[in-house]
Design a protein around this ligand. Structure first.
Ligand SMILES: Nc1ncnc2c1ncn2[C@@H]1O[C@H](COP(=O)(O)OP(=O)(O)OP(=O)(O)O)[C@@H](O)[C@H]1O
Ligand SMILES: [Mg+2]
Length: 230
């Protein structure tokens, strides 16, 4: 459903993506792994329309969106959970979820929120808490649930394990498995390759603006990955 071809993105004189190509099929879980500065966030932001592509193309269900405004990309069924989660701290958990569902028909909002609580029971127990008082792991669940509220067909999640203790990373991994099980395609960006390969069917390894390896997760585990990330 997502086809990225020879994508180039720049910040002024700095070229952050040198011609990146990747694909995500319907319902597929795909990872982009790589170290600091590889361009993972830039890739997700360019797909979302938050960064303008200098050249190359992004297609969603065959429609070219390379230079399309972010709200239009969202309308095509892509939700983006940003690096750092961007929870609205002064709003309650419930209001954060409602923000994610603002495009849904009014009659569907309550039902969708109940589905999110079923998927992430911890949120149901904290509906009236302010977003800012949740733990890091809970905030990540909330960010994912907020992204899912709009019923996307592709959920892009940037660095979900960032700043979380190892035990909590396990909870986030469980959450990602549950999202994939709903049939939503997932594109997850991670420095934590172990986590990403565990959840993804396939992965792309990025280093300084290029994809340097790709394949099925089980093939990439071990030597190849270590070599590239070293
Ligand atoms: N707003 C910006 N202005 C200028 N340069 C930027 C900007 N954002 C990112 N860059 C540069 O683009 C390159 C790719 O950064 P990006 O944040 O996409 O990498 P990343 O793989 O997400 O890294 P990390 O794992 O640290 O999140 C880096 O060289 C970075 O310094
Ligand atoms: Mg990043």
């Amino acid at each position: 459903m997502l086809e990225v071809e020879s994508l180039v993105a720049r910040y002024g004189a700095v070229e952050a993506l040198h011609g990146v190509s990747l694909e995500v099929g319907s319902g597929e879980a795909v990872a982009v792994v790589g170290p600091n500065g590889a361009g993972k966030t830039t890739l997700l932001r360019t797909i979302s329309g938050l960064v303008r592509a200098a050249s190359g193309s992004v297609r969603i269900d065959g429609r070219t969106v390379g230079r399309t405004a972010a709200h239009r990309v969202a309308r095509l069924g892509v939700s983006h959970v940003p690096e750092g989660r961007a929870i609205l701290s002064p709003l309650t958990v419930k209001d954060n979820l409602l923000m994610g569902g603002y495009r849904l028909p009014g009659a569907e909002i309550q039902g969708r929120m109940e589905e999110m609580i079923e998927l992430f029971p911890v949120l149901g127990r904290r509906l009236d808490s302010l977003g800012g008082v949740l733990s890091g792991g809970e905030q990540q669940m909330l960010a994912i649930a907020r992204g899912l509220m709009a019923r996307p067909r592709l959920l892009m999640i940037d660095e979900p394990s960032m700043g979380l203790a190892p035990r909590i990373v396990g909870d986030v991994l469980d959450a990602l498995h549950r999202v994939v099980a709903t049939g939503t395609a997932v594109l997850v960006s991670e420095q934590n390759a172990g986590l990403a390969l565990e959840v993804a069917d396939r992965a792309y390894v990025m280093v300084v603006g290029n994809v340097v390896a790709s394949g099925r997760s089980e093939e990439l585990e071990g030597n190849l990955l270590e070599t590239y990330l070293a």
